[in-house]
Design a protein around this ligand. Structure first.
Ligand code: SAH
Ligand code: SF4
Length: 387
């Protein structure tokens, strides 16, 4: 069986090269060809010795994910649906903005946490993605965009692990993938611009601080344990006080001096002024006022959720209570919702291929190029991921 080289961080690739009887430094050249140049064919890697290229041809592969569809939103957001086999698909979203390009990456096919307001959660859990499948999303998007925008320099400046799945429940694949994102010989992203979003897997927050500290976002969504138990079932295992204490510990290693709390605004469920006041109390009780930022996310509806989006006035009023209490709070501007690419709308379901075909408007790449170019001028979004 051949090894998929997208599965390795630089250390892993060095070990692989050693197993082939090659010097470790060869792995850096190989790593650059794969991630910086987007090469697939070993014969293209002109500065590698011919003997090494021959060995690689029989022992290794660079296997990308098949693209099922590519859809572009009127706001320039692009969504890709990738086939990960056995009827499973995952989604990846590129969000262009004036001063940066953000890629939202999936970590699992489905999700076991089963949050009430999340389309991925309703779909159930299929399986963890491998490191190669996580990194293949960035590899494909970066090199596709460079080619179509005729750019030689990096297009993607930020990565958020906010696609399908709970990244901290796929820890062993996640960490090598993060290392590839950060490595100067690969994508060279700043730790501050790679964000792991979690529903609150407390022990893994502590491990991430040790193994690969990047920016952290925590999906809070509730002001008390009873409500959070209902919305984010994982709260029964790791209740709010424990979660907030884990955040405090994380700050010691974190590349930023704050942690973002995401709060999905659900009409009549968690969006009243009383809830806002309870959030303020919770934050104060954990002395979190100086290190947390709230990002209020308008709920993106999907069939079967039985939930609706809070009206804008309720979101503004909620925001004001938090801001007046000195908590930095922003309201997330929803992007790509006309193509079901907004937060929580990713389902990646390919069981009904006819429906996928109907939903996905596949455009010719020239059209995409034009649209991406014109949309890189869209207004900068005011949210917690501003650098
Ligand atoms: N599992 C991780 C990361 C993926 S979800 C987590 O839960 O943090 C990414 C973000 O989208 C989370 O903050 C999640 O709460 C939010 N989200 C999920 N469903 C949503 C929906 N229908 N509308 C708006 N945001 C949603
Ligand atoms: Fe999983 Fe995150 Fe969706 Fe909850 S919000 S079901 S943790 S992907």
């Amino acid at each position: 069986m051949t090894a998929n080289l997208l599965d390795y961080d630089l250390e892993g690739l060095a070990a692989f090269c050693e197993r082939l009887g090659e010097k470790r430094f060869r792995s850096t050249q190989l790593f650059r060809w794969i991630h910086q140049k987007g090469a697939i064919a070993f014969d293209d890697m002109s500065d590698l010795a011919k003997s090494l290229r021959e060995k690689l041809k029989t022992t290794a592969d660079i296997v990308a994910l098949p693209v099922i569809s590519q859809t572009i939103s009127s706001d320039g957001t692009i969504k890709w649906l990738f086939d990960v086999g056995a009827g499973n698909a995952i989604e990846t979203v590129f969000i262009p903005e004036d001063d940066r390009g953000t890629l939202c990456i999936s970590s699992q096919a489905g999700c076991a946490v089963a949050c009430r307001f999340c389309s991925t959660g309703h779909q159930g859990f299929s399986r963890n993605l491998t490191t190669a499948e996580i990194i293949a999303q960035l590899w494909y998007a970066e090199h596709f965009l460079r080619k179509h925008l005729s750019r030689t320099e990096r297009v993607i400046s930020n990565v958020v692990m906010m696609g399908m799945g709970e990244p901290l429940q796929n820890y062993s694949s996640l960490v090598p993938a993060l290392r590839v994102m950060l490595d100067d010989n690969a994508y060279g992203l700043s730790r501050r611009r790679v964000t792991v979003s979690t529903s609150g897997v407390v022990p893994m927050i502590d491990r991430l601080a040790q193994d690969c500290p990047v920016a952290l976002a925590v999906s809070l969504h509730a002001s008390n344990d009873a409500l959070r138990n209902d919305l984010v079932p994982l709260n029964r295992k790791y209740p709010l006080a424990e979660l907030l204490q884990a955040c405090t510990r994380y700050l010691v290693a974190a590349p930023r001096d704050f942690i973002t709390f995401e709060y999905c605004m659900l009409d009549g469920v968690n969006d009243s002024l009383q809830h806002a006041q309870e959030v303020v109390k919770l934050v104060r009780s954990q002395h979190a006022g100086s290190w947390c930022k709230f990002n209020l996310i308008p709920f993106n509806p999907f069939p079967l959720s039985g939930l609706t989006r809070s009206p804008p006035e309720a979101v503004s009023a909620f925001c004001k209570v938090l801001s007046d209490a000195g908590i930095v709070t922003t309201i997330r501007k929803t992007r790509g919702d006309d193509i079901d690419a907004a937060c929580g709308q990713l389902a990646g379901d390919v069981r009904d291929r006819t429906d996928v075909q109907r939903r996905m408007i596949i455009r010719r790449s020239t059209e995409i190029t034009n649209q991406v170019n014109s949309n890189t001028a869209t207004a900068v979004r005011e949210d917690a991921f501003n650098d």
